[in-house]
Each structure stands twice: as C-alpha cells, then as structure tokens.
Write a protein that binds this ligand. Structure first.
Ligand SMILES: Cc1cc2nc3c(=O)[nH]c(=O)nc-3n(C[C@H](O)[C@H](O)[C@H](O)COP(=O)(O)OP(=O)(O)OC[C@H]3O[C@@H](n4cnc5c(N)ncnc54)[C@H](O)[C@@H]3O)c2cc1C
Length: 419
C-alpha cells in the first residue's frame, strides 16, 4: 500500500501539467496513466496543434517549462476573423493590446514530450503506467484506489483524487457525477500545410478563423513556415474529406479558405475528432475533483479547451500550496469549496461563448447571417469590445493565480486579481 497527498488519474496534457506544476512543493504525488511510455500513439500528446493563450504561456513559464516548449511554439501576432462570402470581418493585434504576442501555436506532441521528460525526471512524482483504475472507495480521511499497473494490482491511498482522465472520465462515471452533454454532429479534421509563398498583404504571424456555411475553418501559424488546419465538417462529409487525394484536399481547402496565404502545399496526414460540448454539473465529491476535459470538453472553434484546463491547474495549485502551508487537509473543504467557486463560473462562461460561436456561425438563416456580419464589423470598429474579447481569450482577466503570473506554484507571493 502506497500513501500519497494527491493521486492524479490521467497523465495527459492537463494531468501531467498539474503534476509538473506541483513537483517542487513537497506534496507526494502519483500519476496513473493508461498509455504505456513507449506507445507509438498517445491520446493526448498527438498531432493536434494547440493555440495557447498568452496566459497559458505564462503558466508554462511558472512551471519552468516554457524554455522547452518555446522552440516549437509560433507566436500569434494577429488574428483575422471572417465570414466566407460575406462582408463581416474582425482583427485582433498584439501591438494594440500592448503584448509581444496574442498567444502561441504549439503541437500537443511537443508539449507532451516536454511534460513527460519532466515527469520522468522528478524524484517526487510516482508515474504509474500503463495503469488503469480498477476500484475506488472514499472514506472520511482518505480515498482508496485499486490500480492495475502493467497488469499487477496495487493499492494506493490519497488525501485527494484528481480526475484528469479526459472527456470520457472513468472517475466521473464511477462516481455518477452528472454532465450536460451534446454532440454537435461535426468533426474537426486536422492537418498541416505549407504556403508556397505568403502574399505581402498578409502579415507574418496571422491566425485565420474563417466561418463557412458548414462550419469554422482555422489556419494557425506554426514553426518552419507551416500552418495548422482545423477544418470543421459535418460528420456525413468527413469520410469523403479524409479520403481525398492530397491534390484534391488542397483544392477543396483552398476553395474554402481563399488566397490570403497564396498557394497551399505539402498537406500532412489528416485526422478527424468528433466534436461535442460536455460540462460537468458538479466539479467535486468528497476528496475528489475534476479538471481539464474531464470537467469540460469544448468545441475547438475558439481554441479554449486546454487553456481552460491549464487555468484549472493554476487555481488548484494555489489552493493546494496554501492548504499545505497552513497545515490544512489538501483533500478537504479548504481546497474543494474554493476550487468549485472559482472554476465553475469560468467553465460555464467559456463553454457558453464557444458554443454560441460554433452555432451562430453555421446558421444559414438570412437575418442571423446579417447580424453576425454586423457583429464582426462592430467588433472591428469598436476598440473597447475588441480589447475586452482579446483580453478574455488571452486569459488575462479575473483572478491571477501564481502560475498565471509566471511564478512557481510554491512561490511565497500571494495571488492577485486583475479585471
Ligand atoms: C481538433 C482539436 C483542436 C483543439 N485545439 C485546441 C486549441 O487550439 N487550444 C486549446 O486550448 N485546446 C484545444 N483543443 C482541446 C485540447 O486538446 C484538450 O482540451 C486537451 O487535450 C485536454 O487535455 P486533458 O489532459 O484534460 O484530456 P486528454 O487529452 O483527453 O487526456 C486524458 C488522459 O487520461 C488518460 N486516461 C483516460 N482514461 C484513463 C484511465 N481510466 N486511467 C488512467 N488514465 C486514463 C488518457 O490516456 C490521456 O492521457 C483542441 C481539441 C481538438 C479535438
């Protein structure tokens, strides 16, 4: 039997980030991850390109991991939002916001490699993999877990169990925590392409979000002159798009996106992800809490899922460090209560915003289309509205935990608020 302060189920992008963030705090931590270390494919560290907000880059700085991630991260200097075939468009600019970049684009695989290397090197973190949760019991003082590690059963106990096991969270299901869940009937098809020569009218470091009649299409600047494509397609269309030859795929993409990046070449392998909205109604049970996709799974239209999960990590790290310093129970009400109060409103807000965007921009009804074009134009012409939106998506609003200010979780400085 092994006893820990914290057991994290799921060592994907969010679970691994929490463990790394807490590695120097003295808390005894175990990470239980289903995928083997040498598995050729990982469900979290895959081909996805992730738009990281400036706030997320700061959190990685606080974790001391940004120097490992930055070489693979391309800065976003400008965002261009448009509605295909219509007049509305909007721009966001890093310079207008007084920041070096609005965010960064990095591959999930590169972030996973950096997180994994840190997990393996940390003497205070027990990394159990390939491992799966087999049984779970909650008593007043402890959570008891039965875990199969490489086929062998192990018993673990902990003050707190953190479920970071993704959208299909087995912890959440075992505890029968209820969710609001809706499938969109769309897939996100991802790939990378390389523009042959970017026209001079297009500024370097521009991320494009283009709303089309069948869903949003994003092209995100990456390192080595590549662009990450996130093409939202109705599920009935997916097989056809995946099955296109490279030439036909580029032709179809170019027809949807237009000429802003000139001729697109060298498409990579295409992968499809089904899209859904899932929001847990309840983030905690006695000695258990949900973070990342286990608590919220979003449409990727505004690139917010992992950013929201990293803010869960930053808030939770603050609460755990404060509880530890004041000799409070890290699995008790001093952590669980404030975690719910601080995170649930932001989960609901960001889920509502992304869901609204995803649905508004596929609505072909004339008045809705006209209104959204006016909305985009209004956003472009009204600096305060634009500024507010940019700050919200940069993760620069609200309470700023230590990690979100670029400080280590164990820093002695208190958290601050910035509205
Ligand atoms: C196409 C696409 C584009 C996206 N783009 C962006 C973007 O630009 N910006 C952004 O912020 N977000 C983006 N996201 C969202 C982002 O990918 C997710 O929010 C993020 O991966 C969630 O990480 P997670 O660790 O919570 O969950 P997951 O990535 O699902 O990881 C869960 C982990 O738990 C493990 N696990 C599962 N069950 C068990 C078990 N029973 N026992 C042990 N381990 C288990 C899994 O092996 C996995 O490692 C995008 C998503 C998609 C689909």
């Amino acid at each position: 039997m092994h006893d820990y302060d914290l057991v994290i189920i799921g060592g994907g992008l969010v679970g691994a980030s929490l463990a790394v963030a807490l590695a120097e705090t003295g808390l005894r931590i175990a990470v239980v991850e289903a995928t083997a270390a040498n598995a050729p494919a990982h469900p979290s560290y895959d081909e996805r390109v992730i738009a990281l907000s400036l706030g997320s880059a700061r959190i990685f700085q606080g974790m001391g991991l940004w120097p490992e991630i930055e070489p693979d991260a391309a800065p976003i200097q400008h965002v261009h939002v448009s509605d295909r075939g219509h007049f509305g468009f909007a721009h966001l600019d890093a310079e207008d916001e007084g920041v070096p970049a609005l965010g960064y684009v990095a591959s999930a695989r590169a972030m996973g490699a950096a997180l994994n290397a840190r997990l393996e090197a940390s003497p205070r973190i027990s990394l159990l993999r390939p491992a799966r949760l087999q049984g779970l019991q909650i008593s007043k003082a402890r959570v008891s877990l039965e875990v199969a590690v490489a086929g062998q059963s192990q018993l673990l106990t902990a003050a707190l169990l953190v479920a970071a096991d993704g959208g299909e969270s087995s912890v959440r299901k075992r505890l029968k925590l209820q969710v609001r869940d809706r499938a969109y009937g769309y897939d996100a098809i991802i790939a990378t392409v390389t523009p042959e020569r970017i026209p001079v009218i297009t500024r370097p470091g521009t991320a494009f979000e283009r709303f089309t009649d069948t869903g949003p299409l994003a092209l995100l600047p990456m390192t080595e002159g590549r662009y990450g494509v996130v093409w939202t397609a109705q599920q009935a269309e997916t097989a056809g798009i995946l099955g296109l030859s490279d030439e036909a795929f580029i032709e179809a993409l170019q027809a949807r996106f237009g000429a802003r990046l000139g001729e697109l070449t060298r498409p990579s392998r295409r992968i499809a992800y089904p899209l859904r909205l899932m929001l847990a109604n309840q983030l905690t049970r006695e000695r258990v809490l949900l973070i990342g996709n286990a608590a919220h799974t979003l449409h990727p239209v505004a690139g917010q899922g992992f950013n929201l999960g990293l803010r869960d990590v930053a808030e939770l790290a603050d609460l755990l460090v404060d509880a530890q310093r004041t000799a409070k129970d890290v699995g008790g009400p001093a952590v669980l209560g404030p975690y719910c109060r601080r995170r649930a409103p932001e989960h609901a807000l960001i889920a509502g915003l992304t869901d609204g965007l995803a649905r508004l921009f596929v609505n072909p009804f004339g008045p809705v289309r006209a209104a959204r074009n006016l909305g985009l134009l209004g956003l472009d012409l009204l600096p305060p509205a634009r500024h507010h939106l940019a700050r919200r998506f940069m993760g620069a609003m609200g309470r700023q935990p230590r990690l979100a200010r670029g400080l280590p979780a164990e820093s002695a400085l208190p958290p601050v608020s910035s509205e």
